[in-house]
Design a protein around this ligand. Structure first.
Ligand code: SF4
Length: 327
C-alpha cells in the first residue's frame, strides 16, 4: 500500500461572469490527477506558475476542498473526513511554504513557534520535555539552542526556512508537502536547504511532495518527477529518466530551458508559442495542442490517454514514442 494514493482528483473553483455575475463557470485548477507516493520517497512536481501544482499540494492536505476524487493516506480517504478526525490525520501531513517569513508569526519567538506544534498535538508531557524537544529540532535543522529565544526577523531567509522545517518536523510527519521551499532563497542558500531536506528524509524516512518550477532543483532531490500542465499531470517517470529521455513535448520544452553548465554540451532551446490557455476554457483534445510543435489533427479533438509508455514511465501524449526519438 502506498503512503499516499491520489485518485482522479479534481479541484474546480467557481467563477462568475457577465454583467450580473450570474453565469457560473469553473476554473479547473486540478483536473483528474492521479499519483502515488511511497514511504520515504520524494516525488517532484514541476510546471509553470498557475499550472495547479500548489492547489494540488494544498488539496492533498485538505487546505483546499477537492471537488471530486480520492486522497488515500495510509489507506484512509482524507477527502471524506472532517473535524477532529481530519485534525488527527493532519499531524502526519505537514507543509513547508515558499515564503518562510510570512509563514512564521513575527510576534512569536522561535521556541514558541516550534513548541506550539508540540502543544497542539500534546507531544511533550511537561515543560522540560518540551524544551528538550525544541533544542533537538533546532539542532536537526542546523540551528542553535539559543535561537529559540529570538524572533523570525532576526534570521536570514535560509535560517527562517530551517525554522519552518523544524516546525514541520515537530509532529513527526510521514509526508511533507514542500511548496516551492527554496524559490524565495538566494541560489547559494538553495542547495543548503535542499541538502538538509534530503538528509532529513534519509534519517527519518519522511516522504516529500516537492513542488517547484525549477527542474534542476527537483531532479536533484526527487526519486520520481511528475510534470503538470493546465491542471493535469502530463508525464511521470524516474527523475533521471525524465530529464534524459522525456516523452512529452511539454517536458522537452521545460528541460530545454534548464541552463547547461558543461560548455561543450549542446541543447536546443524549444520556445513554445503563445501563452498557457485559460483553465476556465481548456482547449479540447490534448490541452497542450495549441502550443505543441508535434500536434496533428487528432490532437485537436481526441484527449490522449494517460499510459505507461515504458515500465515506470507514464505520459499523456498520442505521439510519446515519436517525441522521445526526437528529443
Ligand atoms: Fe502534442 Fe499531440 Fe502529444 Fe498533445 S497529444 S502533446 S498535441 S503530440
Amino acid at each position: 500500500m502506498s503512503l499516499l494514493d491520489v485518485q482522479n482528483l479534481k479541484v474546480y473553483f467557481p467563477v462568475s461572469r457577465g454583467p450580473l455575475r450570474r453565469a457560473r463557470e469553473h476554473l479547473k485548477a486540478v483536473d483528474e490527477v492521479s499519483l502515488s507516493i511511497e514511504p520515504g520517497e520524494t516525488l517532484g512536481l514541476v510546471g509553470e506558475s498557475g499550472c495547479g501544482k500548489t492547489t494540488l499540494g494544498r488539496a492533498i492536505l485538505r487546505l483546499v476542498q477537492p471537488t471530486a476524487g480520492r486522497i488515500l493516506f495510509e489507506g484512509e480517504d482524507l477527502s471524506r473526513i472532517n473535524g477532529a478526525a481530519l485534525r488527527a490525520r493532519r499531524r502526519k501531513l505537514q507543509i513547508i511554504f515558499q515564503d518562510p517569513y510570512s509563514s512564521l508569526n513575527p510576534r512569536m519567538r522561535v521556541g514558541h513557534i516550534i513548541g506550539e506544534a508540540l502543544d497542539i498535538h500534546r507531544l511533550a508531557p511537561d515543560r522540560a520535555a518540551r524544551q528538550k524537544r525544541i533544542r533537538e529540532l533546532l539542532a536537526a535543522v542546523g540551528l542553535e539552542a539559543a535561537h529559540a529565544d529570538r524572533y523570525p526577523h532576526e534570521f536570514s531567509g535560509g535560517q527562517r526556512q530551517r525554522i519552518g522545517i523544524a516546525r514541520a518536523l515537530a509532529v513527526e510527519p510521514k509526508l511533507i508537502v514542500c511548496d516551492e521551499p527554496v524559490s524565495a532563497l538566494d541560489v547559494s542558500v538553495q542547495a543548503q536547504v535542499v541538502n538538509l531536506l534530503r538528509d532529513l528524509r534519509q534519517q527519518r524516512g519522511i516522504a516529500y511532495l516537492f513542488i517547484a518550477h525549477d527542474l534542476a532543483v527537483v531532479e536533484h532531490i526527487s526519486h520520481r518527477v511528475a510534470v503538470m500542465y493546465l491542471g493535469r499531470i502530463v508525464e511521470l517517470a524516474g527523475a533521471k529518466t525524465l530529464v534524459r529521455e522525456p516523452m512529452h513535448p511539454y517536458t522537452q520544452a521545460l528541460i530545454s530551458a534548464v541552463p547547461v553548465i558543461d560548455p561543450d554540451a549542446k541543447r536546443r532551446r524549444i520556445v513554445l508559442p503563445g501563452d498557457v490557455p485559460s483553465p476556465v476554457h481548456p482547449p479540447p483534445g490534448c490541452p497542450f495542442h495549441p502550443r505543441c510543435p508535434l500536434a496533428e489533427d487528432r490532437c485537436r479533438t481526441e484527449a490522449p490517454a494517460w499510459r505507461q509508455v515504458r515500465p515506470g514511465h507514464w505520459a499523456a501524449c498520442h505521439l510519446a514514442e515519436i517525441a522521445n526519438r526526437k528529443s
